[in-house]
Design a protein around this ligand. Structure first.
Ligand code: GDP
Ligand code: MN
Ligand code: MN
Length: 252
């Protein structure tokens, strides 16, 4: 198998509502069958209009209270509450769950890489977005390209943000090693590799965070794998969430 190749997609314009992301990417890179295209959620959301003007948001009492508590614009806080289905922690920042299962700080709402007073939401259904982008890539290039929609996320236990996959299409999120044998013949009992997050992490490294202007990255020769899509813990499986919720509710 050939070594993996990583191609940052340079020279894309500032993305506006209505832009065809797939066609713009295909104008910069000749993709091949089996490539994986990582796209920053930021540009997908700008293209799809998942954005709002802060001036249009009227904060509720809860948003005003949390805005004071966390030192944030209550309209911004309201947008975070609107994007969330479950608030896990209110302070020192809002940590919440979104309808598609992702848990993130400030619901992934961004105020960077967009005009003043505008905010960018994560796509409301990123799996559907990834399917849509994959079909658009097929239409624009004739090639079957896998998709990962990424976002820069904080994490527990370690300082620093990394790229996470929030939507994907064309492969499973997890490569399941359970039942495989290691070099010594031991059967693996636990290992499920979160492949989409590993690739998203490297894509995020290539993208950079500020004014790099590289919102898409193509990976070639990643091979194939089998596994499943249950990336998010369900219900009581998520020990961290359970403990955080208990800790937070005991304080209010
Ligand atoms: P997020 O991680 O999805 O929240 O996105 P970021 O705001 O961190 O941006 C990721 C990368 O895309 C950075 O290199 C940005 O400079 C770049 N980027 C963001 N928006 C645009 C855009 O509209 N056009 C281009 N060409 N690059 C962008
Ligand atoms: Mn983001
Ligand atoms: Mn980022």
């Amino acid at each position: 198998m050939e070594d993996i190749q990583v191609i940052g997609v340079r020279g894309l314009p500032l993305i506006r509502a209505g832009d065809n992301v797939a066609a713009l990417v295909c104008g910069k890179v000749a993709v091949e069958d089996g490539d994986i295209l990582c796209v920053a959620s930021t540009i997908w959301s700008k293209a799809k209009g998942y954005t709002r003007n802060l001036a249009d948001i009227i904060p509720t009492g809860r948003a005003i209270r949390l805005g004071k508590l966390n030192g944030e614009d209550p309209r911004f806080v309201q947008s975070v509450l609107d994007a969330s289905t479950d608030i896990i922690m209110e302070h020192p920042f809002i940590l919440s769950e979104m309808s598609f299962g992702h848990i993130g700080v400030r619901a992934g709402v961004d105020q960077s890489n967009i005009d003043d007073d505008m905010i960018i939401f994560l796509p409301p259904d990123p799996m559907k977005s990834a399917d849509e982008l994959r079909a658009a890539m097929k239409a624009a290039s004739g090639k079957d390209v896998g998709i990962i929609i990424t976002d820069t996320c904080g994490r527990s236990f370690r300082r620093g943000q990394t790229g996470n996959a929030i939507g994907w299409s064309g492969f499973t999120a997890i490569r399941d090693f359970r039942g495989d044998t290691d070099l010594f013949g031991h059967v693996l009992k636990i290992t499920e590799e979160a492949v989409v997050d590993e690739i998203a992490g490297f894509a995020n490294f290539v993208m950079g965070e500020s004014n790099n202007g590289v919102p898409a990255v193509v990976f070639r020769n990643c091979g194939t794998w089998t596994g499943h899509d249950n990336l998010y813990f369900r219900g009581d499986e998520d020990i961290t969430k359970r403990v955080l919720k208990k800790e937070w509710s005991s304080k209010t």
